[in-house]
Design a protein around this ligand. Sequence first.
Ligand SMILES: Cc1ncc(COP(=O)(O)O)c(C=O)c1O
Length: 396
Amino acid sequence: MQSIMIKLIKSTFFHEAKTKKELTKFILKADKLSIGSECRKFEKRFALYQGKKHCVFVNSGSSANLALIQVLLNTGRLKKGDHVGFSALTWSTNVMPLIQLGLIPVPVDIELDTLNVSSRTFGALMKKRPVKAIFLTNLLGFCDDIDVIARLCKKNNIILIEDNCESLGTVYKGKKLGNYGVASTFSFYVGHHMSTVEGGAVVTDDDELATMLHLVRAHGWDRNLTEDKQLFLRIKHNVNSTFYSRYTFYDLGYNLRTTEIQGFLGNIQLPYLPRIVRLRQRNFRYLAKTLYSRTDLFYPIRFDHIDTVSNFAVPVVCRSRKIRDQLVEACDGKVEIRPIVGGDMTKQPFFHKYFAHARHPQPKNATLAHEQGLYFGNNPELTKKEMQTIIKIFTS
Ligand SMILES: Cc1ncc(COP(=O)(O)O)c(C=O)c1O
């Protein structure tokens, strides 16, 4: 009998049938489906969940990253040509906005035992490059000593921003990841922790950044600002007619808006998030106990410094390329696997195209994870039998 593939993404939503039913009813009843009250309600609730003052809901995690970098430029906190550090092991659209918006991306290596940038790897880079900011990726629900990195940044006047698209719900030293920098980004893509099919957000406590985020999200206009903020801008720019104020564009922006469908989905799924995180954490710990103890096959991954590990995929870094290649073969048709996130970004064609001649530091550990690593999905719906199958394939 042919076995069924253990997929990376098992469902579109948590409580899928119920969510789809409610969504159908909502669409049939709704007068308006462009951005409105459902999105605003979700923003309030997500900000509350994350413990932040502001949340700006956008149409993807990639858009959240783009918006955040644009906002730092619009507000003058970064200038074109500034060096910005990024975790070498990350996703393409973490780095791409830096290139697209005229900044110089500087890869920061990760630690092999946490897969994340540490104060050691970041500290070493700081000595070599005049970085103005670091866009840290909290990779796959893990972190290293991000509290120390935050202190280093503060001391050296470096802007810390977090790409938390892979670690929604992770708690480190009693604090959720995404709360260590001045702003952080999230993804609600279907395969991630909580799904609005496509979606993302930027959260911050910083009023200036939040105001600019509203502008950047929609065309550079002021429509989604509070009345006092609109008045301030209109006086500053001499816009004294209502007619023109509707089509006045104050700074560089995009259209990254969400729809009420995403807002509605966010409001349905968010209350499930604590349970989703609990289930994934339970699966992860079960799998990690056996997999990570096989130090003959895999490099050990350390996570006992993290209170809650919230990931949507489980990585392994094999001791050799041969072991990894054998695993890729063994998983074929049985377990859906991928390289660890996007792998080492400095190995990607887009990075070569723009930085082939740049003498950036070589991220040795990220390269090793790229060449000897892989991950498989961790879903709330993963069954014990499936986890046992995975363990058997990975350890025999
Ligand atoms: C670290 C990181 N940042 C950003 C993104 C982009 O998120 P989205 O797929 O919602 O655009 C991803 C996607 O997986 C990611 O892993």
